[in-house]
Design a protein around this ligand. Structure first.
Ligand SMILES: Cc1cc2nc3c(=O)[nH]c(=O)nc-3n(C[C@H](O)[C@H](O)[C@H](O)COP(=O)(O)O)c2cc1C
Ligand SMILES: [Mn+2]
Length: 485
């Protein structure tokens, strides 16, 4: 199923018993977090709060927070299906396929992908209502305060749209926004993110300010795409189109020179001044800790457009797992084929919820030569946002990285700590709490593969214990005779 917008997705979830409408009055201040956190931790449904104190606008939360909903949101049967499609795409690009039939197939694929590109439309549901001047008021929407020590109310599921001032290519990133007052917010793009890069490019070009638009709501693949760590010049909307197999409709924003997803619920238009920084935070973050005050740019909202009866989409993060875990799992699956393109020995990757993406990356490899695990560790530390991985664990291909019990067993059994741990210094995630200074710290690589003689392991790796197949068959056959169950 493909969704044109958030409404269609909500209807689908409701039809499949995976959405609850809550008509009881609730407070945007903390109460919704507590309800949603209980639901997310128990694998419950998406929630549509229809009666938030002081608001007519309904609030949607937990729309992605299960494996099943995440797959529905993207219109796929499994996340590996998505990885498979990317793998095929990469293969197609790698060289001309032999034979006329294959060539025609490749041509067909390319044409198909071409039709998934964003399309420009002239009128859009997200522009049914336009608010300017004094009408601009962010408090028209039921924006949550998530945790007791949060500095204020935060927009947590925005698609922040900026333009590279040199190439003109737009970027779409999900960066939370602290609401300072009715017309200004923080703009929490971290150092290593493309929004921050656009800010720096504008600074280098001596621009005084630059335009920013923020989309809230839209079809679920488009919302998700804002969280994908794509290389700067890869268009998130093309990726969203590729996932849903239909181009995303874009419309020109009313007052800024940026294209915004036409089917959004709400669009904020405005600007960021270069050099204007303001304290942002504390914010109860997906690390499970508060991210403390820091300074970030300020977003000035000059115009708001929205649908006639908008729905406000949001999320909260906190002690894992929270909704962002399921959003991140898609990234993990989708990026595997691209990682394998360079690190061909990689078999599987797991970034478990407890490791909130950058704290723990477990990788299985097909090891063929000495030192190969180290090659993979350093390769990942040189690759996009993977460079921020604090702990990388490498195991052999025989280990199921998705099984954390198996990983704990193999890793602790296999390592000789003095030899197998690599510690290096480098850039760390802005949210890292372990490094004594922000943004710079150390990282750990663990080589838990079987060691080879060339790696100094000369006493012969012991074999795994497995039962012989004939005895297994015998016991299978006789199982009922034993009278055990
Ligand atoms: C719910 C959620 C909230 C996020 N909040 C932030 C944030 O406040 N700041 C940030 O830099 N990244 C945040 N991220 C991660 C970015 O969206 C992600 O790194 C993405 O790659 C950014 O887009 P970019 O690569 O185009 O910069 C968040 C992700 C999710 C799923
Ligand atoms: Mn991007």
């Amino acid at each position: 199923m493909r969704f044109k917008n958030l409404r269609e997705y909500i209807t689908y979830l409701e039809d499949h018993g995976d959405l609850r409408r809550i008509k009881t009055q609730v407070n945007w201040d903390l109460e919704i977090t507590e309800i949603s956190d209980r639901i997310v931790k128990s694998g419950g449904p998406a929630l549509l709060f229809e009666n938030v104190i002081g608001y007519d606008t309904p609030l949607l939360i937990n729309m992605f927070s299960s494996d099943r909903r995440m797959k529905w949101a993207l219109g796929v049967d499994s996340l590996d299906e998505l990885a498979e499609r990317i793998h095929n795409l990469i293969q197609m690009m790698q060289g001309p396929p032999d034979g006329l039939l294959n060539r025609l197939k490749a041509l067909g694929q390319i044409i198909k992908i071409g039709s998934f590109q964003p399309k420009t439309v002239n009128s859009a549901p997200c522009q049914e209502i336009t608010l300017t001047g004094d009408e601009v008021d962010l408090f028209k929407f039921p924006i949550m305060r998530c945790w007791p020590d949060d500095a204020g109310r935060y927009i947590t599921l925005p698609l922040v749209i900026t333009k590279d001032p040199v190439s003109g290519v737009q970027n779409y990133g999900m960066y939370r926004m602290q609401v300072y007052d009715s017309k200004t917010t923080g703009m929490h793009w971290q150092t290593h993110k493309v929004g921050a890069q656009h800010y720096r490019l504008n600074d280098e070009n001596e621009a005084k300010s630059f335009e920013v638009a923020v989309a809230l709501g839209g079809d679920p693949a488009t919302i998700w795409a804002g969280s994908a760590p794509l290389p700067p010049d890869i268009d998130e909307m093309a990726v969203a189109g590729f996932i849903r197999e239909e181009g995303v409709d874009l419309v020109k924003a009313k007052t800024v020179d940026l294209m915004v997803p036409a089917e959004s619920e709400i669009i904020l238009e405005g600007y960021v001044n270069v050099g204007e920084l303001r304290t942002e935070g504390p914010f109860g973050d997906h690390t499970g800790y508060y991210s403390m005050e820091d300074t970030y740019p300020v977003f000035h909202v000059t115009t708001i457009t929205h649908r006639k009866n908008p729905i406000y989409p949001t999320t909260f993060v906190g002690r894992p797992p929270t909704e962002d875990h399921w959003m991140g799992k898609v990234t993990e699956r989708m990026f595997m084929p691209m990682i394998k393109l360079i690190l061909t020995e990689v078999i599987d990757i797991n970034m478990p919820a407890e490791g909130i993406f950058h704290n723990l990356v477990i990788v299985s490899i097909k090891k063929d030569y000495p030192g190969q695990a180290r090659k993979v560790i350093f390769g990942l530390w040189g690759m996009g946002l993977m460079s921020l991985s604090k702990t990388i664990v490498i195991v052999d291909h025989t280990v199921d990285v998705q099984n954390l019990s198996e990983v704990a067993w193999r890793v602790t059994a296999n390592i000789n700590p003095r030899q197998d741990l690599i510690v290096v210094d480098g850039p760390v995630d802005d949210l890292d709490i372990g490094s004594p200074t922000a943004k710079f710290g150390s990282k750990l690589g663990i080589d838990a593969t079987q060691k080879l003689p060339e790696e100094g392991y000369t006493r012969g790796w012991p074999p795994d214990i497995t039962m012989s197949p004939d005895i297994k068959n015998l016991v299978d056959r006789k199982w009922s005779e034993y009278g055990i169950d």
